[in-house]
Design a protein around this ligand. Structure first.
Ligand SMILES: NC(=O)c1ccc[n+]([C@@H]2O[C@H](COP(=O)([O-])OP(=O)(O)OC[C@H]3O[C@@H](n4cnc5c(N)ncnc54)[C@H](O)[C@@H]3O)[C@@H](O)[C@H]2O)c1
Ligand SMILES: O=c1ccn([C@@H]2O[C@H](COP(=O)(O)OP(=O)(O)O[C@H]3OC[C@@H](O)[C@H](O)[C@H]3O)[C@@H](O)[C@H]2O)c(=O)[nH]1
Length: 342
């Protein structure tokens, strides 16, 4: 029987590679980013690659991500890209694992729900198995969706959530809840060093034009002169965090001493009608708003309490929605070939 340590952990963590403690040679930090070809993942890779002591390996199945997002790193001596599905085991020697692989937009995670839950459960098990074998620290990008349709507002990490276990969103939100459970079980049972971020809605350049999430939809629609599709009732709220703030928070969490879960998000809260108005004002005041049907179990309100992130990570978002939207507009104009009128 493993000896019980004072903090409820039954075993000390596995030892990292001997190179970590080498007397004569300090090797680079080897970092695996699963889902690194996606929206947040590729921005994270850009930031990690800025540090010359980092070697970055991306494992991605390109379901929603693309090589294009990593174009500038392909061929770089400190960078490797592997086409890999995390539902299969992966053997690599790494010091840190940022585990992001999972479709994040509701239309994509609902497209093949069985695959989504496999990605969350088997994928996370595989990455924890890897962390255990090589003694790596692992960070999971969990989600505000673990709070479901929250009955407490704003959401604190202590809130257990209000989730429909058999609904159409469950493959994602229950999947992430199980992924969090696995992280803590590996931590308590095997001493794995874990970090859990609960990410709230994040937006920014490089989101898929057809991603289907609300900010990318509204910006693409406004630029194409199409009506902005506000799903009923339009009074539901979200809090939108710009991607560079999110990446900064993820790296602080990985480098710090706290397991989490820690909410990462921007507490500025907007109704979908307010968001549509902000996008209209920015891009085209004449574009109409169209009220359309919503999908089942859409959370009615969402806003992070980020007291923990502030206290434990010294982190809070810097970029407001009004500052972030124009940066995304610029990127979407380029990709859609819609120049700004002089
Ligand atoms: N963007 C947000 O608002 C948000 C909010 C909460 C949580 N998150 C989490 O952050 C992470 C990244 O989200 P994103 O917005 O960048 O989404 P994204 O869809 O752009 O990126 C997800 C990446 O994972 C890859 N992927 C999916 N399934 C895989 C599998 N089985 N094996 C290997 N790769 C796989 C995709 O190809 C893609 O590159 C996800 O874990 C998501 O749940 C995002
Ligand atoms: O065209 C649209 C799309 C969406 N919406 C509304 O906008 C709100 C936000 O929807 P999104 O699809 O952008 O995202 P959601 O907030 O439902 O889920 C999101 O948050 C948590 C993350 O884990 C998920 O990865 C992410 O998809 C919803 O109320 C939705 O009904 C519209 O009004 N119009």
């Amino acid at each position: 029987m493993a000896k019980e340590l004072s903090n409820g952990v039954s075993k000390p963590p596995p030892t990292p590679s001997p190179l970590r403690n080498s007397k004569f040679f300090q090797s680079n930090m080897r970092i695996l980013v699963t889902g690194g070809a996606g929206f947040i993942g590729s921005h994270l890779v850009d930031k990690l690659m800025e540090n010359e002591k980092n070697e970055v390996i991306v494992a991605d199945n390109f379901f929603t991500g693309s090589k294009d997002n990593l174009r500038k790193w392909i061929g770089h001596p400190r960078f490797e890209l592997i086409r890999h599905d995390v539902t299969e085991p992966l053997l690599v020697e790494v010091d840190q694992i940022y585990h992001l692989a999972c479709p994040a937009s509701p239309i994509f995670y609902k497209y093949n729900p069985v695959k989504t839950i496999k990605t969350n459960v088997i994928g996370t098990l595989n990455m924890l198995g890897l962390a255990k074998r090589v003694g790596a620290r692992i960070l999971l990008t969990s989600t505000s969706e673990v709070y479901g349709d929250p009955l407490e507002h704003p959401q604190k990490e202590e809130y257990w959530g209000n989730v429909n276990p058999i609904g159409v969103r469950s493959c994602y939100d229950e999947g992430k809840r199980v992924a969090e459970t696995l992280m803590f079980d590996y931590h308590r049972q095997h001493g794995i060093e874990i970090r859990i971020a609960r990410i709230f809605n994040t937006y920014g350049p490089r989101m898929n034009i057809d991603d289907g999430r609300v900010v990318s939809n509204f910006i693409a629609q406004a630029l194409r002169g199409e009506p902005l599709t506000v799903q009923a009732p339009g009074t539901q709220t979200r809090s939108f965090c710009y991607v560079s703030d999110m990446v900064d928070g993820l790296i602080r969490l990985m480098e710090g001493d706290n397991t989490g879960p820690i909410n990462l998000g921007n507490p500025g809260e907007f109704t979908m009608m307010e968001l549509a108005e902000a996008v209209k004002e920015l891009i085209d005041p004449n574009v109409p708003v169209k009220n359309v049907e919503n999908t089942p179990d859409d959370p009615r309100q969402r806003k992070p309490d980020i007291t923990k992130a502030k206290e434990l990570l010294g982190w809070e978002p810097k970029i407001t929605l009004r500052q972030g939207l124009p940066l995304m507009e610029e990127d979407f104009r380029q990709r859609l070939g819609v120049p700004k009128k002089a």
